[in-house]
Structure formats: C-alpha cells, structure tokens
Design a protein around this ligand. Structure first.
Ligand code: HEC
Length: 239
C-alpha cells in the first residue's frame, strides 16, 4: 500500500506534464466573477473563434443573462451569424469542407475548458510559433503539429522559437516575439478574458454556485453568532 502511494505521488506530476504536451503550463489567472472580462471574452470568441468553432450547447441569451448583456446589445454587438437571441452559438461551416481545409474538423468548444483545463488553454493560445514546415506556417508548444492557424496574430504578433542543444537534440527553450509588437501586452489580457469565457461556458452553473457559496458562508456566520449568544444564555442559568 505504502509503495503504491509513493509510486502514485511520483508519477502524478508526469501525468500533468504529458497532458501539456511537454510544455510548462502558464497560469491563466482568470476570474469567473469578473463580468467585464467575460463580456470581452465573449466578443473575442465570436470575432476570432466562431469562424471555425461552434459552442453548440450554449445559447446567446443565456450568456447575455448570466453576464449582463441586454437582448438589444446582444443583437447589435455580439451576433452576426444568428439572428434570434434564443439560438445556440452554432456555426454554418460544412464539416466536409472543414476537413478538406484543415485535415481535421475544428472541435466544438462548449466544454473544452473542462477537458483541457484553463491553464492549458492559456498556454496553448500563448505559444503559437513560426514553423515553415507546417501547412499554416505555425506550430504550437502545447499542441505539437496542431492543425489550427495562429488566428490572433494581429494582436500578439509572431513568435520565433529559440533553440538549444540538449543531449544531441535541438530543443525549444523559449519563444521570442518578433512583431508587430505594439499590442503584445494587450494579448495576454485578451487571452485571459477568452479563457475566462471558455471556462464559463463549460459550466454556466458555476457562476451561480460561486455566488451561492458566499451566501451560504454568510448565513453560517450569522448563525454562528446566534449559536454563541444562545449558548451563553443557557449556561447563565446553570452557573
Ligand atoms: C481557421 C479556423 C480556426 C479558427 C478561426 C480557430 N480555430 Fe481552433 N482549431 C482549428 C482546428 C482545425 C483545430 C484542430 C487542430 C488539430 O486537431 O490538429 C483547432 C483546435 C483548437 C483547440 C484544441 C482542441 C483540442 O483538441 O483540444 C482549441 C482549444 C482551439 N482550437 C481554440 C480556438 C480558439 C479559442 C479560437 C479563437 C481564438 C480558435 N480556436 C479559432 C481551427 C480554428
């Protein structure tokens, strides 16, 4: 038993490592209670991701209600392909065409944050780098030989890999931004907002659970004060 526990402790970190494709994960640091961030993330998702990815389990109206976007605002600023707020975030791309263009069908992203985790998503979106051997001219540290182009290059710019010799192999030790650099700082915030939105759609009920959690704690705290007062009251007669 003891040996089993020790083995598990030793191999657990390596499982996490394998899931990241060998890359050290960067922390997403996103905050589900930040409505402005969720709103910005929703906009980025629609502008940059919904050309290829759907979120078939998510309705625009639910998103609007949860993060405070009115139906009018939804229609005006957020919805281009759909025209009724009750519709899901689906896309019209033909699956066969997608396979022809990308070799794979871009997956639905409704629950991607639960499948991959927020830190992986953040790292994935941060680590596209130039690689002329790939069909779209880019590769990715978290997802080697990925079939997705670097769609947000206009914000982050392009990154070049920096190599080092290790045991006779060339390994990438870091990525260097080569420009255009003017919006690279903005990109980190954008990716954080986008990952925040992806975590939210993965489990919309989490928002309510978080706020309910605080209410429960507040209730227990107030209850505790009364319990203490009551205890004092009872013991006064005993002494
Ligand atoms: C031009 C089409 C296109 C756009 C736009 C696009 N993607 Fe992708 N994406 C793909 C394809 C194709 C794959 C599958 C790659 C593979 O399996 O090799 C993919 C894969 C992914 C994956 C990995 C899924 C997995 O298997 O774990 C994530 C995460 C992802 N995309 C997120 C995004 C986000 C976030 C955006 C918006 C910023 C976005 N994508 C925009 C085409 C696109």
């Amino acid at each position: 038993m003891k040996r089993l526990i020790i083995t598990l402790i030793l191999i657990l970190p390596s499982i996490g490592f394998a899931a990241g494709g060998g890359v050290a994960l960067q922390s997403a640091n996103n905050d589900l209670t930040d409505n402005e961030s969720l709103k910005a993330g929703a906009k980025l998702f629609i502008d940059y991701c919904m050309g290829c990815h759907s979120a078939d389990y998510v309705r625009f109206q639910r998103v609007g209600k949860d993060i405070g976007i009115s139906d009018e605002e939804l229609l005006k600023d957020f919805m281009f392909s759909a025209d009724k707020v009750g519709e899901t975030m689906s896309i019209a791309m033909d699956k066969e065409d997608a396979e022809k263009w990308f070799g794979v069908i871009p997956p639905d992203l409704s629950v991607i944050a639960r499948a991959r985790g927020t830190d992986w998503l953040y790292t994935y979106l941060m680590t596209f780098y130039l690689d002329s051997s790939r069909p779209f001219g880019v590769n990715n540290l978290a997802f080697p030989d990925v079939g997705m182009p670097h769609v947000m290059w206009d914000i982050q710019g392009w990154q070049e890999p920096v190599y080092e010799e290790k045991d006779g192999h060339k390994v990438i030790t870091s990525l260097k931004l080569i420009g255009p650099k003017d919006k690279a700082e903005q990109y980190k915030t954008d990716v954080r907002n986008l990952v925040n939105f992806l975590e939210y759609i993965g489990e919309p009920a989490k928002l309510h659970r978080l706020s309910l959690g605080w209410k429960v704690i507040a209730f227990l705290f107030i209850f505790l004060i009364f319990a203490i007062l009551l205890k004092k009251e009872y013991w006064r007669d005993v002494h």
